[in-house]
Design a protein around this ligand. Sequence first.
Ligand SMILES: Nc1ncnc2c1ncn2[C@@H]1O[C@H](COP(=O)(O)OP(=O)(O)OP(=O)(O)O)[C@@H](O)[C@H]1O
Ligand SMILES: [Mg+2]
Length: 337
Amino acid sequence: MSDQVKLEIRNMTKLYKTGDGVRNINLTVNLGELVTLLGPSGCGKTTILRTVAGFLSCDTGSILIDGKDISHLPPEKRPTAMVFQSYNLWPHMTVYENMAFGLKLRKIPKPEIQRRITEMLELVKMSGFEKKYPNQMSGGQQQRIAIARSLLLQPEVLLLDEPFSALDAKIRSQMREELRKIQTDLEITVVFVTHDQEEAMALSDRIVVMNKGSFEQIGTPAEIYDHPASRYIADFIGEMNFIEQRDGTTIAVRPENVTLELGDGTGGDIGGYVRTIMMLGHFYEIAIGTDSGIVKAYVSAETAGKYKRGDMVNCYFEGTYRYEPDSEKKKEKIAPA
Ligand SMILES: Nc1ncnc2c1ncn2[C@@H]1O[C@H](COP(=O)(O)OP(=O)(O)OP(=O)(O)O)[C@@H](O)[C@H]1O
Ligand SMILES: [Mg+2]
C-alpha cells in the first residue's frame, strides 16, 4: 500500500426525502488500500458507495479521485466499478459475453479482449467457464465472475457492496482470502461494505465503523479491536462482557482477557459460579453467573477440564475499558489489554 491518496470523500452529506441517509462523511483511501465500511443494516453503507459510484448525487460535499472532483460526473464517466450483493451478471449472456461487454464499449480490439478475459479467469480460478450462463453456476462462482468483470475495467477505485453475503460461511472465507490476495497483488484500491465484523477484521487495512448515518471510529482492525472508542463499538466488534458498576459506569472486558481460579466465588475482580462450559472449536467458553450478570471467559481445553458446572470461581480481568453511563464514550482504559 502506498501513501498516495486515491479516493477522498470531503464533508459529504446525502439525505433521502425521509431524512435518512449519511451526514458529514470524511474519508481518504490510499492507493492499494482496502477500507471497509462496517455497520448494522440501515446505517448508510450502500448510500456512501452509490454516491462514490455516481448512482446517487451528494447534497453537499465532494468526491475526489486522484485529486480530481468527480462529484458531477455520471457513473459511466467515473473511474469506478461497483459489485453488488447479488444479481450482478446478465442472465442471457455467457460468462465470456458478460466479461467482454464493458471492454467492447471501450472499443478494445477483439484479440486483446480475448487475452484479458483468459488472464482474468485464470486469476479468479474460473478458467474454462467462458461458455457457461449465470444460472449454470453457483452463487460463489457468479460473484467471482462479477468481481473479475469489474477488475477487467481496471477501475481506479473498486466498490464492493457485501459481495459475499449470499454465500455460505466456508466459501465466503475462501473468497475473502482470494480477494485479499488479488487486491494486494494488483494494488487495487477498494472500498468494501459489510455488516459482518469478522469479515471486516479479516480483510481490511482500515475499518470505518458506522452508526446511524455517521462514522463512529476509523482505524486498523487491531486499533478498533484493542481500543473501541465507544460502548457501541465495544459491543459491535468481537465479544465483550459488560459489567454495570454502582456508580453507573460500565466496565467492559473481552472473554480472552478473563482468567479463572477455583475459589469461594467472592475474590478476584468478580466472583460467581460456573453456569455452562461450551466447546467453541479450538477453545472453550466458560460462562460464570455473577451478581452483575453472566461473564464469559475463553480458555484452553486443558483449563476447561479443571472446571465443572456449579464450581465457585474467582475471575480476574487483564485488560478492561470503562464507559460513562450516558455519553457512551470511553472514559479511560484502566489497564493494557
Ligand atoms: N431510495 C431511498 N429512499 C429513502 N430512503 C432510503 C433509500 N435508500 C435507503 N434509504 C434509507 O437510508 C438509510 C441507509 O440505507 P443504506 O441502504 O445506505 O443502508 P445500509 O447500511 O447499506 O444497510 P444494509 O446493510 O441493510 O444494506 C436506511 O435507513 C434506508 O432505509
Ligand atoms: Mg446496503
